[in-house]
Ligand binder design. Structure first.
Ligand code: PLP
Length: 403
């Protein structure tokens, strides 16, 4: 599970160097290449930068992705600077006029428009800037029925949502693109975007993609739009309880290849975040204290959910591996080394809140003060979603390993 490069560094760092985020860029490149190879050649792979926007991560992905999905003015600036020249698709609700202007100035390649008002703001900004033919994808909040997911009792999208446009609202936007509407708009409707769910397995993701592409094709035909692109979003499943059960990119790639054959006029695009980068990062720390309370064992580690908020946000146990520290002078105190053996232990951080739990009641063979713990699946939605300043503990170190 842990790569040998990460394991080596995790045991070499001193206690004061911990906690640390350790990213294995070699593993990330290999994973991204495998994902790319599983997808049909014509399908475009964008990376959703919000999952982990660290420049080294963005750059390691560059040879394997077509572009990046960005969701704020900050991400537009940041990703442009980190990977100059890579195509950007700017999505997300509540884009301000200032952000739209700046994105136009920076030559952002595509805009995912979330509302009619946003479409009008973008048109105005494009006109003021004298920029013609701005490429727009309308984001649709499309209902996808359970039947389309192989009978799974699941309905997604189509529920009241702040994201995207309802199907009727998409149709209401169409006249704003028409050249003979007398409108001064300089926007080109090139396709449809949707991001309807997350955590689905490969067959369900293919079914959702098919529903979106079929709907877009019908819309295009009905109104003679000549749409050329469909972005079916991200949300490829990551199983935190079973890190080895990974999203089946081969099945997904085959399904998307079939879908591409059905829609030869459409370029299909996906924009996963989590499933691309989650596996490449570890949050490494050490056990500071071990005690029992009310008959249960607790291990307090350096750091906590202010660095790795994922388990608190998603209400799961972050998977981890114990790295026993037995060498040399690991234990020099004149009292016995606190330890738990063959019992469940709850791993908590240093915050004064009962919510600072990284993993609860997990059976361990042995865990002692001074042992290292490497939390896995910390490469996405981890450091960058955490409340770093709460309690003013030091920040973790950051290490990017590359062969
Ligand atoms: C967050 C987001 C993604 C990426 O989702 P993952 O679950 O990380 O794959 C893609 N598209 C949009 C619009 C998003 O908001």
């Amino acid at each position: 599970m842990i790569t040998s490069a990460v394991r080596t560094l995790a045991t070499e760092l001193t206690g004061d160097d911990l906690p640390a985020y350790v990213y294995d860029l070699t593993a990330l490149r290999a994973h991204a290449r495998a994902v790319r190879d599983a997808l049909p050649p014509g399908l475009e792979l964008y990376y959703a930068a919000k999952a982990n926007p660290a420049p080294r991560i963005l750059q390691a992905l560059a040879p394997h992705v077509t572009g990046y999905e960005v969701a704020s003015g900050g991400e537009v600036e940041h990703v442009r600077a980190a990977v100059p020249g890579a195509p950007l698709a700017f999505g997300g609700p509540g884009k301000t006029e200032g952000e739209l202007r700046r994105a136009l100035t920076l030559g952002v390649e595509r805009f995912h428009v979330e509302s009619e008002q946003e479409l009008r703001l973008l048109a105005g900004a494009a006109q003021d800037a004298g920029i013609p033919d701005v490429d727009v994808l309308l984001r649709v909040n499309l209902p996808v029925a359970g039947a389309e997911l192989g009978g799974a009792a699941l309905a997604m999208g189509g529920r009241p949502s702040p994201f995207g446009l309802d199907p009727e609202a998409v149709e209401r936007c169409l006249p704003l693109f028409s050249a003979d509407s007398g409108s001064p708009l300089r926007l080109r409707l090139c396709g449809i975007h949707a991001h309807l769910a997350s955590g689905l397995d490969a067959p369900a993701q293919v079914a959702v993609a098919a529903a979106i592409a079929d709907w877009a094709a019908k819309l295009s035909e009905r109104h003679g739009l000549g749409l050329t692109e469909v972005n079916v979003g991200g949300g490829m499943g990551v199983d935190y309880a079973h890190p080895d059960r990974r999203f089946d990119w081969a099945v997904y790639g085959q399904g998307m290849a079939d879908l591409a054959l059905r829609h030869p006029d459409l370029t299909l695009r996906i924009e996963p975040g989590r499933a691309l980068t989650v596996y490449c990062g570890w949050y490494v720390t050490e056990v500071l204290d071990i005690k029992h309370s009310g008959g249960e064992a607790f291990a307090v580690v350096r750091g906590g959910t202010h660095h790795l908020r994922t388990p608190a946000t998603k209400q799961h146990d972050q998977p981890f591996q114990v790295l026993p520290m037995d060498t040399g002078n690991t234990w020099t105190r004149p009292w016995p080394r606190p330890a738990v053996r063959a019992e469940p232990v709850t791993l908590v951080g240093q915050l004064c809140t009962p919510k600072d739990v990284l993993a609860g009641r997990i059976p361990v063979e042995e865990l002692r003060v001074g042992d290292r713990v490497a939390f896995a699946l910390a490469g996405a939605y981890a450091w960058n979603i955490s409340h770093h300043d709460f309690l003013m503990h030091p920040r973790p170190g950051f290490h990017y390993l590359e062969e």
